[in-house]
Design a protein around this ligand. Structure first.
Ligand SMILES: Nc1ncnc2c1ncn2[C@@H]1O[C@H](COP(=O)(O)OP(=O)(O)OP(=O)(O)O)[C@@H](O)[C@H]1O
Length: 285
């Protein structure tokens, strides 16, 4: 299974939203990271064929996704940003409605609805109106509708925005439980969500891909360069001038600083295990 984006450009009137995008995805979970307006939603809309590129191609197993048309829509699940469910429907009614739109036959649909409700842990509230749901529950019903047709490609635009820590963990668990043999693409501003959920990171900046690699490879790039030291304000100021400071924590008499770069001499340093944030802050900001 391969989703391939080649020499892709997208312009809106005089705004170039995507430039020269080249990404090949195989089964796994891909985190799309970028600031507001970087082009994440535009790319996702093109991948779902809701919108079209100005130039370039997207192919699934060698065939153009636009030409695949219906066949491609059958294998894709999508949860847009600001996903809103119909408030007066119950969870089950909403999934019946979405399943019918997706062309799932009635006898198969009923069974599948029960499966997905169980999967996203909403089976107990299947007959409750969606308007009574919390933000996290609404997001989970959004996942449920996206996976109804058991898609090979799943696209989630900012799925964790506004979720509390418990719901975030629940979401990561749901994604990792189903990402086997699927291409899962999710966008977020939150690095720790990517680290928890994704295998690969794609960073988009002003419409261009500035990094695309396996997360473990990226983290390895800063191994041996991450340090922690307990310093006074003056030393902290010096460290922050020519090292990348990742965290700073004010303690009683001193500052505990986590930084990336050459070991700063003259203070007691402790080597730390690198994280994706260490890589990201020191290379991409
Ligand atoms: N329909 C449109 N018409 C004109 N410009 C648009 C349209 N959609 C997006 N843009 C512009 O294209 C650029 C990329 O937008 P996009 O929504 O893809 O970014 P994003 O990374 O998803 O941002 P966010 O994190 O805020 O959702 C932005 O400059 C945006 O203003």
């Amino acid at each position: 299974m391969e989703l391939k984006i080649e020499d892709l450009y997208k312009s809106y009137r005089n705004k170039e939203a995507l430039k020269n995008i080249n990404i090949t995805m195989k089964s796994g979970t891909y985190g799309l990271l970028g600031e507001n307006g970087a082009g994440k939603s535009t790319l996702m809309r093109i991948l779902t064929t809701i919108d079209f590129q100005t130039k370039g191609s997207v192919t699934f197993d060698g065939e153009d996704i636009v030409k695949l048309d219906e066949k491609y829509r059958e294998i894709i699940g999508y949860m847009p940003q600001d996903y809103n469910v119909f408030p007066s429907f119950t969870a089950k009614e909403f999934l019946e409605y979405m399943g019918t739109l997706k062309g799932i036959e009635k006898d198969k649909l009923d069974k599948r609805i029960l499966e997905v409700l169980k999967f996203v842990n909403l089976e107990d509230v299947a007959n409750k109106k969606v308007k009574s749901f919390s933000g996290g529950m609404k997001r989970r019903i959004g996942i449920a509708q996206a996976i109804l047709n058991d898609p090979k490609i799943l696209i989630f635009d900012e799925p964790t925005a506004g979720l509390d820590p418990k719901e975030r963990i629940r979401f990561s668990n749901i994604i990792s439980a189903m990402s086997k043999d699927k291409i899962v693409i999710l966008s977020t501003h939150i690095l720790s969500d990517i680290e928890a959920i994704a295998n690969d990171l794609i960073i988009i900046n002003k419409g261009e891909v500035v990094e695309s690699d396996n997360i473990d490879n990226l983290v390895e790039k800063v191994r041996g360069k991450v340090w922690e030291a307990l310093v006074n304000q003056e030393t902290f100021n010096k460290i922050s001038q020519d090292r990348k400071v990742i965290h700073r924590k004010q303690e009683r008499q001193s500052i505990r600083v986590r930084y990336v770069g050459e070991e700063y001499e003259g203070v007691i340093n402790k080597h730390l295990e690198p994280s994706l944030e260490d890589y990201y802050v020191s290379n991409c900001l």
